[in-house]
Write a protein that binds this ligand. Structure first.
Ligand code: ADP
Length: 495
């Protein structure tokens, strides 16, 4: 099959979170299965044009106000090689993407022209195919920034009966909390009629909702774990689109993300002091723990359990319950328990402030504010436990990375966390992590306490759990097959 991934992020070119990892890793896995895969993303300001090749000639994209002009660059996806090449295309539009930030920046977190930027990007996907003479069987778009691809296919290209008449569309929801809701004064720029505004389901309380239109227009929908697919159909976790998802439930499923085992593999990881695997874990893990303690300025102590966190500092990740001023449980956890806690993260400024304050007052809590890929590997390798108290988690990658690296996840029983972590049973020693149901400071405190108790009192069970986690298969191969089945199901019945 010919598959075109349309996304606002793709690792290693543009990344703010798990979306970028997923798009690239799934593409590589599909290419290995013999499919022809291409990716298209915007050329953001900090993607160096010097390492890309320019396609000859400018590209015109018909939008509401007339033709919009851009350049197109291309480069191979790192890791794809000659045998299973995956090509990335970059839409280069100075006015829309020639600025710092993907969706915004610290001063302007949600660019005012985002609906125009991503409507343009979604429309450019079709022009790219025309320019390169390559037409996909499947247009696979990701999240709200690329959701309009589905609308353009259904309401513009397919009715024309041209090159896209037989193409099918899949929209993957990576996080229902982000929908791209903007004033409908932006709609004219999209170049679609007002009938489409209502028929495609853009309308959302007198505003324009990009994701919602995608959810109505795509042939098939999915999200990144089976548990989250069910949760999003409920009022509690549906972010007011649960009705749409229930309406489309026959076409809506959950497929668990895999992890890129060429990047996230302690046996091959260049960012850790000594490589290790399940068969020989002790020394490599001990060296990584020492290095991590050194990096964060913590006492070198092998016996104290080290808990790691790598996260965006936003309410979705449970940071309010953990670090919230006055009520968060991190202070008591670090005061009451003999453990060390390290955090690598960036995000909401109240939280950045708070964790820096905590780390100056607590000898056993240290943080690093920023986004550091190499250090995130060391945190996984050097930690004994990995804390992820998410309010909701569509899939989550870090709990899988941590199991692969022999750090036992401490997680809330939700979404992809529920699908990938098995709760510890202290009677039998079964499980790969520690789980709690309700998100509140006390539950986090209790569950961290439970893990620390097991560390000091049931160390042999901890070691067995570590082994069990490291041996789990989190590779993309399994999930890629499920995507192929999904693609096939939406092609059934097409010419
Ligand atoms: P989300 O996509 O909701 O942020 P995931 O767990 O699915 O959560 O993916 C997060 C990804 O981003 C992981 O690869 C994680 O290691 C990475 N990440 C998050 N914050 C940082 C950071 N501060 N430094 C390095 N990597 C980070």
């Amino acid at each position: 099959m010919k598959i075109l991934m349309a996304s606002s992020e793709a690792h290693p070119y543009a990344k703010t979170g798990g979306l970028a990892d997923m798009v690239s890793a799934l593409s590589l896995a599909l290419a290995k299965e013999g499919h022809e895969v291409r990716i298209v993303i915007p050329r953001y300001y900090d993607i160096d044009r010097g390492v890309l090749s320019l396609l000859e000639g400018a590209m015109g994209v018909p939008m509401g106000g007339g033709e919009e002009w851009c350049a197109v660059y291309t480069a191979p996806l790192p890791g794809s090689g000659k045998k299973h090449p995956v090509r990335v295309y970059f839409i280069d539009h100075e006015q829309f993407f020639g600025r710092e930030g993907i969706y915004g920046n610290p001063w302007d977190p949600d660019f005012l022209d985002n609906p125009r930027r991503f409507a343009f990007f979604s429309r450019s996907v079709f022009q790219l195919c025309r320019k390169t003479g390559w037409f996909p069987d499947i247009l696979h778009s990701h999240d709200w920034p690329a959701a309009m691809v589905n609308v353009y296919l259904k309401f513009w290209e397919r009715p024309l009966g041209g090159e896209f008449a037989a193409a099918s569309s899949v929209l993957t929801i990576h996080n229902l909390g982000y929908q791209g809701i903007y004033g409908k004064d932006n709609y004219g720029y999209a170049g679609l009629g007002w009938d489409v505004f209502y028929n495609a389901g853009f309308e959302d309380w007198d505003k324009m909702n990009l994701l919602k239109a995608g959810l109505y227009s795509a042939d098939k929908l999915n999200t990144v774990s089976p548990h989250y697919a069910e949760e999003t159909k409920t009022q509690a976790q549906g972010f007011h689109l649960d009705g749409v998802l229930r309406y489309r439930s026959a076409d809506y499923s959950g497929i668990l993300n895999g992890i890129d085992t060429t990047v996230w593999n302690p046996a091959k990881d260049p960012y850790i002091p000594q490589k290790y695997n399940a068969a020989a874990v002790r020394e490599g893990k001990a060296r990584a723990k020492e290095a991590l303690q050194r990096e964060f300025g913590l006492p070198q102590d092998a016996d104290t359990p080290l808990i790691g966190m790598v996260t965006r500092l936003t309410s979705q990740k449970g940071v309010g319950e953990l670090f919230g001023p006055a009520h968060g449980s991190a202070w008591s956890i670090c005061q009451d328990m003999k453990l060390q806690l390290v955090l690598l993260g960036s995000g909401e400024s109240w939280c950045e402030h708070e964790v820096q304050g905590l780390s100056s007052r607590l000898p056993n809590f240290k943080c690093r504010i920023g986004y550091q890929e190499d250090l995130s590997h060391l945190v996984e390798a050097g930690s004994d436990f990995f804390l992820m108290p998410s309010l909701y988690e569509p899939c989550g990658l870090n709990q899988m990375y941590s199991q692969a690296y022999g750090a036992l996840p401490i997680v809330r029983n939700t979404g992809g966390l529920a699908d990938t972590v098995e709760n510890y049973n202290q009677e039998t020693g079964e499980g790969t992590g520690f789980m709690f149901d309700e998100l509140n400071p006390q539950a986090i405190y209790n569950t961290v306490g439970w893990a620390v108790w097991a560390w000091y009192n049931r160390r042999e069970q901890i070691e067995v759990m570590r082994q069990r986690g490291m041996k789990k298969d989190f590779s993309w191969e399994k999930s890629a097959k499920k995507y192929v089945a999904l693609y096939e199901s939406c092609r059934a019945g097409r010419p």
